[in-house]
Write a protein of this length. Sequence first.
Length: 170
Amino acid sequence: MALGDKSSPLSDYFSPVSARDLKRRRRNMRILVGVAAIAAIPALNATFASSITLSNSSFEFGQGAASASVCDSSITVAVNNVFDSDLSYFKATTITLGDMNTTAGGCLGKTLTVRAFTAAGAELDLNDAAAGTSLTYSVSSNSGTSASQDLTVAATLDSASIAKVTIETS
C-alpha cells in the first residue's frame, strides 16, 4: 500500500487538504475555543465569587486573615455563609473575628465596628438598617490572646457582593 493509496487507513490524514477544508477546520476550532471560553466564565465567576479582599490581599471565605491597625494586629476575619435555595445564592450569615487579643494590652474595653463594602466601594447593610449598617462588638471580658466572636449579619445579603471588610476600634 502506498501512502497516497485510497485503501490505506492513513490516507485521510496524509492526503492533501484543500484550502477550503483548511479554513473550515480553523473556523471550527475557533468556534470550539470560543464556546469553551464562554462556558468557562460562569465557572470562574462562581469560583471567585466567594472571595473578599482585606489589606489589598484576596482570601476565600473562612480563610481571611489580615493585619489590622486596630487594638490588635492579628485579628482574622471570616465571612460565613449558607446557600439559600429560595434566593439561589449564598447568604452571609455571620462574620467571625478570630485570634483577638482581649487582654488589657489588646482590645479589652474597646468596641470593634465591622463594615462591609462592594467592589465599587458602596457600604453594605449588615444590620438590615435596624441600627445602622455596621456590626459592633464590645470587648468586655478577658478571654486571652486568641479569642473569637461571631457577629450575626441580620440583613439578607448575597455574600458574593462583599468585596472588602473593615474593622475600626473606638
